[in-house]
Design a protein around this ligand. Structure first.
Ligand code: PEP
Ligand code: MG
Length: 325
């Protein structure tokens, strides 16, 4: 059965009634490209760049980063690779900076906040990503954005990195698409404004669920509250998808929810443009999409949005699955 699913994994993810959704991969290491391509990934929707900074005492140099990034962009070309700038802090530390000793690291100096506090480190990475953009279909996105000012500050560093490379005669793609992750409730509520600042959104539900339901994603004592099908999570995602489309930009989802067969029909119903997940999940999810009708997904979404409890939503989704498989 698994072999049969894998055999069809290179077909496009198109619903029975002809709607296409891009199915991409989340990776942490360049070496994972083989898994992406073998499983029918249509691009890298999230490259978690922080892993190259962990478990070492010195920081990687621009050339060291650029070499890896160029390899990734070139191998995946013409498929898309979305580079997420460093998401360090919280549970991921680099010894070069020492421990921050925060009481509440998940709400502390992490991700884009950490980069804006350490602009040299940020610019080194931006320059390496820009250099890779000359070799493939590269996009860039910022994690943990909480407001418009933060995006503008990050964009100013990007403009500076571009200006430097231009002066040095180094090639890069001047039209490289720029996005922001939507993983804080604040970003959801101002999605309409953020959409004016960038070319695309990528919804990070792993963190969005943590911050909107107030449940630590790594704490097993409260894991029973960590519910992707919570009405609040679904409303948040819907709000972001609508804001993106209203502004004419694309919206992707790269949290674990993207590989959850219970959630995918709802995401399709919302009109999500692409989903990104661990490479191994791609064949199964593509198969589900090919056996689904967009029309049914929209009806399901309408019913789901009326539900007040997770268990009611679960039942509806379960009925829907039995109807199709
Ligand atoms: C997320 O938060 O959903 C996400 C994709 O990013 P990470 O899991 O790396 O925090
Ligand atoms: Mg995240």
């Amino acid at each position: 059965y698994t072999r049969k699913i894998r055999r069809h994994c290179h077909l496009p993810a198109e619903t029975f009634d002809g709607s296409r959704v891009m199915v991409q991969a989340n990776i942490e290491l360049v070496e994972e490209v083989t898994a992406v391509l073998d499983n029918g990934g249509e691009g890298v929707g999230l490259y978690r760049t922080e892993y190259a900074y962990l478990n070492r005492t010195s920081l990687p140099t621009e050339d060291e980063l650029a070499e890896k990034y160029i390899d990734l962009a070139a191998i995946m070309s013409p498929r898309k690779v979305v580079f997420r700038t460093l998401d360090l802090g919280s549970d991921k530390f680099i010894s070069a900076f020492g421990e921050l000793n925060e009481t509440n690291p998940a709400m502390g100096l992490r991700a884009i906040r950490f980069c804006l506090k350490n602009p040299q480190l940020f610019k080194t990475q931006l320059r390496a990503i820009l250099r890779a953009s000359a070799y493939g279909n590269v996009s860039l996105m910022f994690p943990m954005i909480s407001g418009v000012k933060e995006v503008r500050q990050a964009k100013a560093w990007l403009a500076q990195a571009k200006a430097e490379l231009r002066r040095e005669g180094v090639d890069y793609d001047p039209d490289m698409p720029l996005g922001t992750m939507i993983e804080l409730p604040a970003a959801v509520m101002i999605a309409e404004f953020l959409a004016q600042e960038v070319d695309f959104f990528s919804i990070g539900t792993n963190d969005l669920i943590q911050y909107s339901i107030g449940v630590d994603r790594t704490n097993r004592h409260v894991s029973y509250l960590y519910q992707p099908l919570h009405p609040a999570t679904l409303r948040a995602i819907k709000l972001v998808v609508d804001a993106a489309h209203q502004a004419g930009i694309e919206v992707s989802l790269c949290g674990e929810v993207a590989s959850d067969p219970f959630c995918v029909p709802i995401l399709l119903g919302m009109g999500i443009d692409s989903i990104s997940m661990t490479p191994q999940a791609i064949p199964g999810i593509k198969r589900i999409i090919r056996q689904t009708n967009m029309h049914d997904c929209r009806l399901l979404l309408k019913d789901v949005l009326e539900c007040r409890t997770v268990s009611r939503i679960n039942n509806l989704v379960m009925d829907n699955i039995f109807k199709h498989f």
